[in-house]
Design a protein around this ligand. Structure first.
Ligand code: 16G
Length: 267
Protein backbone atom coordinates (compact mmCIF):
# COMPACT_ATOMS: atom_id res chain seq x y z
CA UNK A 1 0.00 0.00 0.00
CA UNK A 2 1.31 3.48 -0.86
CA UNK A 3 2.66 5.85 1.74
CA UNK A 4 0.07 8.42 0.79
CA UNK A 5 -2.79 6.03 1.50
CA UNK A 6 -1.07 4.60 4.56
CA UNK A 7 1.63 7.02 5.61
CA UNK A 8 2.56 5.20 8.80
CA UNK A 9 2.58 1.74 7.24
CA UNK A 10 5.87 2.08 5.37
CA UNK A 11 7.98 -0.80 6.59
CA UNK A 12 11.63 0.18 6.87
CA UNK A 13 13.86 -1.86 4.59
CA UNK A 14 17.32 -2.86 5.70
CA UNK A 15 19.94 -0.54 4.24
CA UNK A 16 17.34 1.85 2.86
CA UNK A 17 16.81 5.26 4.33
CA UNK A 18 13.39 5.45 5.86
CA UNK A 19 11.24 8.05 4.21
CA UNK A 20 9.94 10.98 6.18
CA UNK A 21 6.23 10.46 6.53
CA UNK A 22 5.09 12.94 9.16
CA UNK A 23 5.79 16.57 9.95
CA UNK A 24 7.95 17.10 13.02
CA UNK A 25 6.68 20.31 14.61
CA UNK A 26 9.83 20.55 16.80
CA UNK A 27 12.26 20.24 13.92
CA UNK A 28 14.26 23.34 12.94
CA UNK A 29 13.53 22.37 9.30
CA UNK A 30 10.67 24.56 8.05
CA UNK A 31 7.39 22.67 7.74
CA UNK A 32 6.97 23.46 4.05
CA UNK A 33 10.39 21.91 3.45
CA UNK A 34 9.46 18.78 5.38
CA UNK A 35 6.32 18.47 3.27
CA UNK A 36 8.45 18.99 0.14
CA UNK A 37 10.56 15.99 1.22
CA UNK A 38 7.46 13.86 1.77
CA UNK A 39 6.12 14.82 -1.64
CA UNK A 40 9.47 14.17 -3.29
CA UNK A 41 9.49 10.67 -1.84
CA UNK A 42 5.99 10.17 -3.19
CA UNK A 43 7.01 11.47 -6.63
CA UNK A 44 10.13 9.33 -6.80
CA UNK A 45 8.82 6.10 -5.34
CA UNK A 46 5.08 5.89 -5.61
CA UNK A 47 3.61 7.96 -8.37
CA UNK A 48 4.04 7.68 -12.10
CA UNK A 49 4.63 10.56 -14.52
CA UNK A 50 1.43 12.61 -15.05
CA UNK A 51 -0.22 11.12 -11.93
CA UNK A 52 -2.12 13.70 -9.85
CA UNK A 53 -0.76 14.67 -6.45
CA UNK A 54 -3.14 15.36 -3.57
CA UNK A 55 -4.61 18.85 -3.54
CA UNK A 56 -3.22 21.51 -1.22
CA UNK A 57 -6.37 21.22 0.87
CA UNK A 58 -5.87 17.46 1.25
CA UNK A 59 -2.18 17.88 2.06
CA UNK A 60 -2.92 20.53 4.67
CA UNK A 61 -5.56 18.34 6.33
CA UNK A 62 -3.47 15.18 6.16
CA UNK A 63 -0.31 16.70 7.67
CA UNK A 64 -1.92 19.20 10.03
CA UNK A 65 -0.54 22.20 8.14
CA UNK A 66 -2.01 25.48 6.96
CA UNK A 67 -3.08 25.71 3.32
CA UNK A 68 -0.37 28.33 2.86
CA UNK A 69 2.35 25.95 4.02
CA UNK A 70 1.03 23.19 1.76
CA UNK A 71 0.94 25.65 -1.15
CA UNK A 72 4.52 26.74 -0.46
CA UNK A 73 5.74 23.12 -0.66
CA UNK A 74 3.83 22.46 -3.87
CA UNK A 75 4.99 25.73 -5.42
CA UNK A 76 8.59 24.84 -4.64
CA UNK A 77 8.23 21.54 -6.46
CA UNK A 78 6.50 23.23 -9.39
CA UNK A 79 9.34 25.74 -9.73
CA UNK A 80 11.88 22.91 -9.46
CA UNK A 81 10.12 21.18 -12.36
CA UNK A 82 9.11 18.15 -10.31
CA UNK A 83 5.38 18.94 -10.52
CA UNK A 84 3.29 20.84 -13.03
CA UNK A 85 -0.11 22.48 -12.72
CA UNK A 86 -2.99 22.33 -15.15
CA UNK A 87 -5.45 25.18 -14.71
CA UNK A 88 -8.70 23.90 -13.23
CA UNK A 89 -7.46 20.29 -13.13
CA UNK A 90 -4.82 20.04 -10.45
CA UNK A 91 -1.14 19.32 -9.96
CA UNK A 92 0.66 16.41 -11.55
CA UNK A 93 4.00 14.61 -11.49
CA UNK A 94 6.41 15.96 -14.11
CA UNK A 95 8.70 13.80 -16.21
CA UNK A 96 12.15 13.57 -14.59
CA UNK A 97 14.71 15.89 -16.15
CA UNK A 98 17.53 14.64 -18.31
CA UNK A 99 21.14 15.44 -17.46
CA UNK A 100 22.51 17.75 -20.15
CA UNK A 101 25.38 15.87 -21.78
CA UNK A 102 28.67 17.57 -21.06
CA UNK A 103 30.53 15.50 -23.63
CA UNK A 104 30.89 15.94 -27.37
CA UNK A 105 27.93 13.81 -28.29
CA UNK A 106 25.23 14.16 -30.91
CA UNK A 107 21.58 14.49 -30.01
CA UNK A 108 20.86 11.18 -31.75
CA UNK A 109 23.56 9.34 -29.85
CA UNK A 110 22.55 10.87 -26.53
CA UNK A 111 18.85 10.04 -26.89
CA UNK A 112 19.57 6.47 -27.99
CA UNK A 113 21.87 5.97 -25.00
CA UNK A 114 18.88 6.86 -22.79
CA UNK A 115 16.56 4.43 -24.56
CA UNK A 116 14.62 7.26 -26.21
CA UNK A 117 13.86 7.58 -29.91
CA UNK A 118 15.49 10.69 -31.39
CA UNK A 119 13.57 12.71 -33.95
CA UNK A 120 14.04 15.86 -35.96
CA UNK A 121 11.70 18.31 -37.60
CA UNK A 122 13.30 20.36 -40.34
CA UNK A 123 12.59 24.03 -39.61
CA UNK A 124 14.61 25.37 -42.47
CA UNK A 125 18.01 25.23 -44.06
CA UNK A 126 19.68 27.85 -46.16
CA UNK A 127 22.94 29.36 -47.20
CA UNK A 128 24.04 32.73 -45.88
CA UNK A 129 27.13 34.87 -46.15
CA UNK A 130 29.09 34.95 -42.91
CA UNK A 131 28.96 38.24 -41.08
CA UNK A 132 32.15 39.36 -39.41
CA UNK A 133 30.89 37.92 -36.11
CA UNK A 134 29.83 34.56 -37.59
CA UNK A 135 33.07 34.38 -39.56
CA UNK A 136 34.95 34.75 -36.28
CA UNK A 137 32.96 31.91 -34.69
CA UNK A 138 33.78 29.56 -37.59
CA UNK A 139 37.25 30.87 -38.48
CA UNK A 140 36.17 31.88 -42.00
CA UNK A 141 36.32 35.20 -43.83
CA UNK A 142 33.30 37.50 -43.63
CA UNK A 143 31.23 36.90 -46.76
CA UNK A 144 32.10 33.17 -46.96
CA UNK A 145 29.14 30.87 -47.59
CA UNK A 146 27.81 29.20 -44.47
CA UNK A 147 24.99 26.68 -44.23
CA UNK A 148 22.37 27.17 -41.54
CA UNK A 149 20.37 24.14 -40.47
CA UNK A 150 17.48 24.69 -38.06
CA UNK A 151 15.86 21.70 -36.43
CA UNK A 152 13.39 20.90 -33.71
CA UNK A 153 14.77 17.90 -31.85
CA UNK A 154 12.40 15.44 -30.26
CA UNK A 155 12.67 12.46 -27.91
CA UNK A 156 9.90 9.89 -28.27
CA UNK A 157 8.05 12.59 -30.23
CA UNK A 158 8.28 15.20 -27.44
CA UNK A 159 10.00 18.52 -28.35
CA UNK A 160 13.25 18.89 -26.42
CA UNK A 161 15.38 21.49 -28.15
CA UNK A 162 15.80 23.85 -31.06
CA UNK A 163 19.17 23.64 -32.74
CA UNK A 164 20.56 26.12 -35.23
CA UNK A 165 23.78 24.78 -36.68
CA UNK A 166 26.14 26.88 -38.80
CA UNK A 167 28.63 25.00 -40.94
CA UNK A 168 31.10 26.48 -43.47
CA UNK A 169 29.68 25.45 -46.86
CA UNK A 170 33.02 24.48 -48.39
CA UNK A 171 33.48 21.73 -45.80
CA UNK A 172 30.38 19.76 -46.81
CA UNK A 173 29.17 21.05 -50.19
CA UNK A 174 26.03 18.87 -50.54
CA UNK A 175 24.90 19.18 -46.94
CA UNK A 176 21.72 21.09 -47.67
CA UNK A 177 20.40 18.48 -50.07
CA UNK A 178 20.70 15.64 -47.55
CA UNK A 179 17.72 14.68 -45.39
CA UNK A 180 18.36 15.05 -41.69
CA UNK A 181 14.96 13.86 -40.55
CA UNK A 182 16.15 10.33 -39.89
CA UNK A 183 19.86 10.99 -40.03
CA UNK A 184 22.37 12.40 -37.59
CA UNK A 185 24.14 15.59 -38.68
CA UNK A 186 27.33 14.39 -37.02
CA UNK A 187 27.18 11.10 -38.94
CA UNK A 188 26.66 13.02 -42.14
CA UNK A 189 29.61 15.30 -41.36
CA UNK A 190 31.72 12.20 -40.72
CA UNK A 191 30.92 11.03 -44.26
CA UNK A 192 32.74 14.21 -45.43
CA UNK A 193 35.72 13.18 -43.31
CA UNK A 194 34.75 15.67 -40.59
CA UNK A 195 35.00 13.61 -37.43
CA UNK A 196 34.44 15.99 -34.55
CA UNK A 197 37.01 15.57 -31.83
CA UNK A 198 36.81 18.74 -29.77
CA UNK A 199 34.08 21.03 -28.59
CA UNK A 200 33.37 23.98 -26.36
CA UNK A 201 30.01 24.86 -24.97
CA UNK A 202 28.58 27.85 -23.12
CA UNK A 203 25.29 27.37 -21.29
CA UNK A 204 23.17 30.26 -20.05
CA UNK A 205 19.72 30.68 -18.58
CA UNK A 206 17.17 32.32 -20.85
CA UNK A 207 13.51 32.94 -21.53
CA UNK A 208 11.81 31.44 -24.58
CA UNK A 209 10.41 33.99 -27.02
CA UNK A 210 6.92 33.26 -28.35
CA UNK A 211 8.18 31.57 -31.54
CA UNK A 212 10.58 29.22 -29.74
CA UNK A 213 8.07 28.60 -26.94
CA UNK A 214 5.44 27.58 -29.50
CA UNK A 215 7.80 25.15 -31.22
CA UNK A 216 8.96 23.66 -27.93
CA UNK A 217 5.42 23.33 -26.58
CA UNK A 218 6.07 25.79 -23.75
CA UNK A 219 4.14 28.79 -22.47
CA UNK A 220 5.71 32.06 -23.73
CA UNK A 221 8.22 33.33 -21.21
CA UNK A 222 9.15 29.84 -19.97
CA UNK A 223 12.69 29.24 -18.78
CA UNK A 224 15.09 27.66 -21.26
CA UNK A 225 18.78 26.89 -21.47
CA UNK A 226 20.64 28.75 -24.20
CA UNK A 227 23.64 26.94 -25.58
CA UNK A 228 26.40 27.94 -27.90
CA UNK A 229 28.57 25.11 -29.10
CA UNK A 230 31.75 25.22 -31.17
CA UNK A 231 33.06 21.94 -32.59
CA UNK A 232 36.27 21.13 -34.37
CA UNK A 233 37.63 18.24 -36.40
CA UNK A 234 41.35 18.52 -35.75
CA UNK A 235 42.13 22.19 -36.32
CA UNK A 236 39.09 22.81 -38.55
CA UNK A 237 36.13 24.67 -37.02
CA UNK A 238 33.14 22.67 -38.28
CA UNK A 239 30.05 23.69 -36.35
CA UNK A 240 28.83 26.73 -34.48
CA UNK A 241 25.44 25.80 -32.99
CA UNK A 242 23.07 28.13 -31.18
CA UNK A 243 20.48 26.04 -29.40
CA UNK A 244 17.53 26.45 -27.07
CA UNK A 245 16.86 23.57 -24.71
CA UNK A 246 13.81 23.15 -22.51
CA UNK A 247 14.76 23.96 -18.92
CA UNK A 248 11.85 21.84 -17.68
CA UNK A 249 13.38 18.78 -19.40
CA UNK A 250 17.12 19.31 -18.82
CA UNK A 251 19.31 19.85 -15.82
CA UNK A 252 23.04 20.25 -15.47
CA UNK A 253 25.04 17.77 -13.44
CA UNK A 254 28.73 18.28 -12.82
CA UNK A 255 31.20 16.24 -10.83
CA UNK A 256 33.24 18.41 -8.52
CA UNK A 257 36.91 17.83 -7.88
CA UNK A 258 38.72 19.13 -4.85
CA UNK A 259 40.43 22.35 -5.84
CA UNK A 260 44.14 21.59 -6.04
CA UNK A 261 46.36 23.70 -3.79
CA UNK A 262 47.72 26.78 -5.52
CA UNK A 263 51.38 26.36 -6.49
CA UNK A 264 53.56 27.56 -3.67
CA UNK A 265 50.54 27.80 -1.35
CA UNK A 266 50.60 26.71 2.27
CA UNK A 267 49.07 23.39 3.25
C1 16G B 1 23.88 18.10 -30.30
C2 16G B 1 24.58 19.44 -30.43
C3 16G B 1 24.31 20.16 -31.71
C4 16G B 1 24.47 19.23 -32.89
C5 16G B 1 23.67 17.99 -32.71
C6 16G B 1 23.88 16.98 -33.81
C7 16G B 1 23.98 21.36 -28.90
C8 16G B 1 23.93 21.76 -27.51
N1 16G B 1 24.38 20.17 -29.19
O1 16G B 1 22.56 18.22 -29.96
O2 16G B 1 25.22 21.22 -31.81
O3 16G B 1 24.11 19.87 -34.09
O4 16G B 1 23.99 17.35 -31.48
O5 16G B 1 22.95 15.97 -33.59
O6 16G B 1 23.60 22.16 -29.67
P1 16G B 1 22.63 14.86 -34.63
O7 16G B 1 23.96 14.30 -35.04
O8 16G B 1 21.77 13.91 -33.92
O9 16G B 1 21.95 15.48 -35.81
Amino acid sequence: MGRWTNPTGASPEVGKEQALTTIDARSPVPKYFQLREILLDLIENELTVDAPVPSERELAARYGLSRMTARQAVEHLVSEGRLYRVQGKGTFVARPKIDMPLRLTSFTEDMRARGLTPGSRDLGRHEIEATVALGRELSVEAGSPVYVIERLRTADGVPMALERSHIPAHLAPDLLTESLVERSLYDLLASYGLVLDRGEQVIEAGIADSNDAGLLGLAPGSAVLLLQRHCWAGSVAVEYAVSTYRADRYQLRASLDIASAAPGGTK
